[in-house]
Design a protein around this ligand. Structure first.
Ligand SMILES: Cc1ncc(COP(=O)(O)O)c(C=O)c1O
Length: 445
């Protein structure tokens, strides 16, 4: 039995037999949510107070750091960015870190440094933010989609090997929502087929795979510090890695291809590059934010565990699972799957509205990225037509079928990271709200 006095199976049995109301005061359902008017219909919401705001900053401490930069008149990349890079590399356990304007440019820089481009195929899961795939297309490579494991929300490594061809150059695993992808299987596959790995850890600061920070396992790892992110400066990004030469190339690329380290001097700019440099005030904000990151991560992890223990027994609610080997998740989002059948056929969109009305902001998350028009736009472009034969493009199109991912996109429910910074009572409110909707689901049909 769970702490709430009912098991998933008991609850389901009671529900199926239509005995929810009859047993509301009995031993099976200890919840106080039975036969209550849902907030969406004007009832009292479960959660009345606010939620922790985001981003969080300390007026005295954080503002001082930014003011110092402002008053110095040095706003372009210099000492403060360098200080951030040193501290972030130390935190991630890598030799090097390069700060960038954002996560998208971190990914583009990493792929470019690995010389991934025209004619190359990159394996990637479709359950991600569009920027992951944009980066692949923008370097001229072909994204080849690999289906998602619905239990863990991460790419399914078992579905990867049969996608590999002689054109495959890299795997781009995404630690989506802050949940580590299966790096054991991905690394083994990369070794076997001589592929490079660029980790998209844009949502996974401090997440760990077998005690190692994600982003530090592949050839290069990329991060985002955009406004909603658990570590933020509004817009910002970073690449981490241990390969000095590769990191020098990244540096050179993000600075117009100017010489840097082992990228030796020549006439002016020596490599093709772009400009993706972080500014000093961005780094000042990050340095202040970083001081709270460990404590905040622990709080999210603890609250997520409690939430899972409360949500698990509710029929039709399947909390995300972690891959074996994930020793810490970062929880940029807390995710569970909603099974409409168990809620008497109530559509997810209605469930989401009902949960929001109970005072719990939530979202249905991503729609299938592999079905979005930007892919065709890229495939039909002048560049892609010159780089790839119609046969190659057609193959990429056909391989973009990912039925598990399609289904996940209809089932997912996301709770935002800042809510996980709330109290234990706040987590109970989230679970109570879901329970209340379950118990009163007949009000929604
Ligand atoms: C998984 C993932 N990859 C890449 C990015 C791109 O990062 P940015 O928005 O900093 O460019 C994001 C940002 O939302 C992301 O969530």
């Amino acid at each position: 039995m769970t702490q709430r006095g009912f098991t998933r199976r008991n609850f389901l049995k009671a529900a199926t037999a239509g005995t929810i109301a009859a047993t509301a005061t009995g031993p099976l359902i200890a919840s106080s949510n039975s036969t209550k008017k849902l907030a969406i219909h004007g009832g009292d919401p479960v959660h009345r107070g606010g939620w922790p705001r985001w981003p969080i900053w300390d007026k005295a401490h954080d503002e001082q750091r930014v003011l110092e930069v402002l008053r110095s008149g040095v706003w372009s990349r210099r000492n403060v960015v360098a200080e951030f890079e040193k501290k972030y590399a130390a935190l991630m356990g890598t030799k090097r870190c390069l700060a960038t304007t954002n996560g998208t440019n971190a990914l583009i820089t990493a792929l470019s440094a690995l010389d991934i481009g025209a004619g190359d195929e990159v394996l990637v899961g479709p359950y991600t933010f569009v920027a992951t795939v944009d980066a692949i297309l923008l370097v001229g490579a072909l994204p080849v989609f690999v289906d998602t494991d619905r239990e863990t929300f991460t790419v399914d490594p078992e579905a990867m090997e049969d996608r590999i061809t002689e054109s495959t150059r890299a795997i781009l695993p995404v630690h989506i929502l802050g949940l580590p992808a299966d790096m054991d299987k991905i690394t083994a596959l990369a070794k076997k087929h001589n592929l490079r790995i660029v980790e998209d850890a844009c949502q996974a600061w401090m997440a760990e795979w077998r005690g190692k920070k994600v982003g530090s396992i592949g050839d290069l790892g990329c991060f985002s510090f955009q406004n909603s992110k658990n570590l933020t400066c509004g817009e910002g990004g970073a690449i981490i890695g241990d390969d000095e030469r590769l990191m020098d190339i990244c540096y050179s690329f993000h600075n117009f291809g100017r010489p840097y380290g082992t990228v030796s001097a020549g006439r002016g700019c020596v490599r093709l590059g772009t400009k993706a440099r972080m500014a000093e005030y961005q780094a000042a904000i990050l340095l202040a934010q970083m001081e709270r990151l460990e404590e905040q991560t622990s709080r999210r992890v603890e609250n997520a565990a409690h939430l899972t223990s409360r949500l698990e027994p509710i029929p039709g609610i399947i909390p995300h699972k972690l891959n074996d080997g994930a020793t810490r998740a970062a929880y940029h989002l807390y995710a569970f799957r909603y099974q409409q059948e168990e809620f008497g056929g109530v559509p997810r969109s209605t469930f989401l509205r009902a949960l929001s009305a109970e005072g719990v902001p939530c979202s249905g998350g991503y729609s299938p990225l592999n079905k979005c028009d930007f892919l065709e736009h890229a495939f039909q472009s002048k560049n892609f037509k010159k780089m790839y034969s119609p046969k190659q493009i057609e193959r990429a199109r056909q391989l973009s079928e990912c039925p598990e991912n399609d289904r996940l996109c209809t089932e997912a429910v996301w709770i935002f990271q800042s809510l996980l910074l709330g109290s234990r009572q706040d987590m109970d409110d989230i679970a109570d709200a879901v329970e209340k909707i379950y118990e009163n689901r007949d009000q929604l049909v």
